[in-house]
Design a protein around this ligand. Structure first.
Ligand code: SAH
Length: 231
């Protein structure tokens, strides 16, 4: 079983439409759709936006369905150099940029308890994601750090900060929390996002304009990935 999580309905509807043998159940307000995507057993869910919703979703999914892999897909703001709207970013690590106990002397982004800043994504899975990306016509795939926080980033100032403090190539609002839940539960995970905006002063205009295009790209990539994940 492979777990698929998107924050918003628009990010998961194409994926759900392409699933067969669907069965649904709702737990704590989150609907989990079990079925086959490209003949591979999957469970797909729309978590809701932000770290709390996405952590709830990931933990519930893991306890109820025991996925062997979790993939967080959807859209993100591109922050790295040369990352364009419509490109795909695959996280090598995720960070939570709004986790901040620096007033106590911890480095910014330090997650107390697991005592780390950067949570590593699964390398084997990432290789397969990049291979799948090559099979989707015209898709450009980047790898790097994705920064997560409970904030839509839409200013040059904030995006410069994310690049300088964390070396982030993209920012979004769920990957870091899903990553933390997966890491603690020892479930390999990937965060794969298509770029909807550049997290800059134009982001509030670009995001609604390019959301649909980006969503199509991430869904196409997920479908190309599935055959590489069948056991
Ligand atoms: N009220 C809006 C909120 C959208 S938030 C709504 O319900 O549609 C933006 C979503 O897209 C989040 O799930 C986040 O993960 C992703 N995202 C895209 N661009 C982003 C950016 N520049 N900064 C932060 N998150 C971004």
């Amino acid at each position: 079983m492979i777990g698929l999580i998107g924050a918003m309905t628009v990010e998961m509807e194409l994926v759900k439409e392409r699933m067969t043998e669907r069965k649904e159940e709702t737990i704590s307000g989150i609907t989990f759709v079990q079925g086959k995507l490209e003949d591979v057993d999957c469970v797909a869910a729309v978590s809701g936006i932000g770290k709390v919703n996405s952590a709830m979703c990931a933990q519930t999914m893991i306890l109820r369905y025991q996925p062997r892999l979790v993939i967080n897909t959807g859209v993100a703001g591109g922050t790295g150099k040369g990352i364009k709207i419509g490109d795909v970013v695959v996280a090598e690590h995720v960070v939570q940029h709004d986790m901040d106990t620096s007033a106590l002397g911890d480095p910014k982004g330090f997650i107390s308890g697991i005592d780390m800043i950067r949570i590593p994504c699964d390398n084997v899975l990432n290789e397969k994601v990049c291979l799948a990306a090559q099979r989707v016509a015209g898709l450009i795939c980047h790898r790097g750090i994705i920064a997560t926080g409970d904030q839509f980033v839409g200013s040059r100032e904030k995006l410069n900060q994310l690049m300088a403090e964390f070396g982030a190539v993209a920012c979004e609002m769920e990957g870091g929390s899903i990553g933390q839940v997966c890491y603690i539960n020892k479930v390999p995970f990937a965060v794969v996002r298509a770029i909807s905006d550049n997290a800059n002063d134009d982001a509030h205009m670009d995001y609604p304009k390019f959301l649909k295009i980006a969503v199509h790209k991430s869904a196409d990539l997920l479908c190309a990935l599935m055959p590489l994940l069948s056991e």
